[in-house]
Write a protein that binds this ligand. Structure first.
Ligand SMILES: Cc1cc2nc3c(=O)[nH]c(=O)nc-3n(C[C@H](O)[C@H](O)[C@H](O)COP(=O)(O)OP(=O)(O)OC[C@H]3O[C@@H](n4cnc5c(N)ncnc54)[C@H](O)[C@@H]3O)c2cc1C
Length: 571
């Protein structure tokens, strides 16, 4: 008999959004049982690697103001952000910074003891609240410590969720594999929150943890929920070679700059006012243009790149504020940034798109919310500003945790039946279709091929022909016979988990490509060389992708404009 566990609130994902949601739900009602389920140990969630900062307006007395944070976010988004959502982010995030402070977060401080902030790309004021260059690690540690003080928050670590259960319109729980035993388990719940993070491992050259695969997005998509704005993928200017590991924008915030092979600080030609601290889409495009004009460097692997110079900042400042990236440079590129400029290239770093939610983080399924990078509540539109994602995770972790807990209180006394047929079908899908599948090709070869296609054909600049070629190939790879698992063990079968992840990578890559082909304009991070201008008449709208057997069906969804009419972006 399949084991059935039961909770009041069930959170999938133990990153910043998931942990913040758990604490918020626990604060509503201490009698609710809350579970956080995660395919990795809590402190291995990708949030731990956030480096640079969390954006918030803290110093109004020194000239900063919330309206400016709202407008920077909307301008950064190339006017595709929902403006009411950007306003909510900005008004709620200062509370989150101080709440973390009260829970013990070791924010970096000024000499007078007040919390410090640094410059970040696209902002009109230093607004990135930081903890050296390890902000995610300290935020996660603070939230996790605080969760452990709550007896009603339970952790199911190294459990891999495979599907969402519903009775048609309402959430009923998730199905999962307990990785330690290989058991298939049903976890029912009155309310659910998806916090599965970004899908950056659909690319090969990527700053993300290898666990950042699109499982959560795919579960929602297969269940008939819309994915929104998936064509907008952020490429961060400074991924080191050859690994793609991130050098935080905080390095440029502290005064680092980019140079081409003529020793020129080229950003002055592309963004005369903000230079390297223009938004990431602007800087990444400028870098690729320099490379195309022959002004790049060649890394020893043959890859084209530019250089990020920090050496003028001095050893003392680098050791105090950028110790983490110095260590990364030494260990993974063999370069000490105190002495030498480091080779960098735009790298896949963030998904603006995700599961379609409203401003409250509610999905299209009753009883199911979504927060953090997996969600697309439209805070970031076509391009996210650095430091605004950890902010979003905290703000909507809090909002969705509260809603889910209140929903659980409301429906607690109702009898809920489990959807037996769905459970049977899910067992068939993952056991007969994947575990005992009869694929002939190596699934890891398929993963590599998919990533190469995305890296080369859906990168910083895109065009219709190449996107169409990539789509054709992805469809062929999807159809090819590869779904099988060589390792037949039940206990800790990571081969099995990987093949399920690759299955979701194939479907989600296709959605990114279809969305990118369909959007015949350039906006934010989506730059089409065949449609180089923004087209507000036809495309000032969100893309929704719904599941069909043949591939995603697209629809449009309106953008919320409150006070800021779209204008041309200049930096
Ligand atoms: C290198 C790097 C540096 C960054 N720096 C910054 C920064 O300085 N400032 C900023 O604002 N943003 C930064 N970002 C972005 C930001 O860190 C992320 O967007 C954010 O942390 C995502 O948090 P999350 O809670 O949504 O998900 P994650 O932290 O990605 O967690 C996802 C969780 O979902 C779980 N999960 C996924 N699939 C399953 C499944 N099938 N079953 C069970 N569990 C599952 C995982 O186990 C994990 O616990 C950075 C990102 C990267 C990659």
């Amino acid at each position: 008999m399949t084991e059935v566990l039961s909770y009041d609130v069930l959170i999938m994902g133990s990153g910043l959004a998931g942990l913040r949601a758990a604490l918020s739900a626990a604060s509503v009602d201490r009698s609710l049982s809350i579970a956080v389920i995660s395919k990795v140990q809590v402190m291995r969630s990708h949030s731990v690697s956030a480096e640079g900062g969390t954006a918030a307006v803290l110093f109004e007395e020194e000239g900063d103001n919330r309206e400016s944070h709202v407008y920077d976010t909307i301008r950064g988004s190339d006017f595709l952000a929902d403006q009411d959502v950007a306003e909510r982010l900005v008004s709620n995030v200062p509370y989150e910074i101080y709440q973390l402070d009260h829970w013990g977060m070791p924010w970096s401080r000024r000499s007078d003891g007040r919390i410090d902030q640094r410059k970040f790309g696209g902002y009109s004021f230093p607004r990135a609240t930081y903890a050296q260059d390890k902000v995610g690690f300290y935020e996660m540690q603070t939230l996790y410590d605080t969760c452990l003080r709550h007896e009603n928050i339970h952790f199911l670590n190294e459990w891999f969720c495979t599907s969402i259960l519903s009775d048609g319109s309402s959430f009923r729980g998730f199905t999962a594999i307990e990785m330690k035993t290989g058991e298939f388990v049903i976890i029912k719940s009155l309310a659910g929150i998806i916090c599965t993070g970004g899908a950056g491992r659909i690319y090969g050259f990527s700053t993300y943890a290898h666990s950042s695969t699109p499982d959560g997005l795919d579960m929602a998509y297969r269940k008939g929920l819309a994915l929104k704005d998936m064509e907008f993928v952020q490429f961060h200017p400074s991924g080191i070679l050859p690994s793609g590991i991130l050098i935080t924008e905080g390095a440029r915030g502290e005064g680092g700059y980019l140079v081409n092979n003529q020793g020129e600080r080229f950003m002055k030609r592309y963004a005369p006012e903000k230079l390297e601290l223009a938004p990431r889409d602007v800087v990444s495009r400028a870098m690729i243009r320099e490379i195309q004009e022959g002004k790049g460097f060649k890394h020893e692997t043959g890859i084209d790149c530019l250089k990020l110079d920090l050496s003028h900042l001095g050893a003392e400042r680098i050791k105090e504020k950028l110790a983490g990236i110095r260590e990364i440079g030494i260990k993974f590129s063999g370069i000490d940034v105190i002495n030498e400029a480091i080779e960098v290239r735009p790298v896949c770093h963030y998904m603006m798109g995700g599961i379609h939610t409203n401003i409250e983080g509610e999905t299209e399924m009753s009883g199911l919310w979504c927060a953090g990078e997996a969600a697309c509540n439209s805070t970031h539109g076509a391009n996210r500003l650095g430091a605004n994602s950890t902010s979003e995770c905290l703000v909507w972790g809090n909002i969705t945790g509260k809603h889910a807990a209140e929903h659980a209180q409301r429906v607690k006394d109702r009898t809920m039946t489990l959807p037996e047929q769905q459970i049977i079908e899910e067992e068939k899908r993952i056991y007969d279709g994947i575990f005992h599948g009869r694929g002939e090709m190596n699934p890891y070869e398929i993963k590599k091929r998919l990533a190469e296609l995305m890296d080369s054909k859906a990168y910083v600049f895109r065009d219709g022909n190449t996107l169409a070629e990539a789509l054709k190939e992805v469809k062929e790879l999807k159809r090819a016979s590869w779904r099988h698992v060589d390792d037949k063990a039940y206990e800790y079968n990571t081969n099995y988990i990987n093949v399920m992840e690759i299955d979701s990578i194939a479907r989600i890559s296709e959605i990114v490509l279809v969305g990118a082909l369909n959007r015949q304009e350039s906006r934010g991070a989506h730059a089409r060389i065949d449609y180089p201008s923004r087209d507000d008449v036809n495309y000032l709208k969100h893309t929704l992708a719904y599941y069909s057997h043949e591939g995603p069906e697209l629809r449009w969804y309106p953008v919320q404009i409150t006070r800021y009419a779209p204008v041309e972006r200049k930096y």
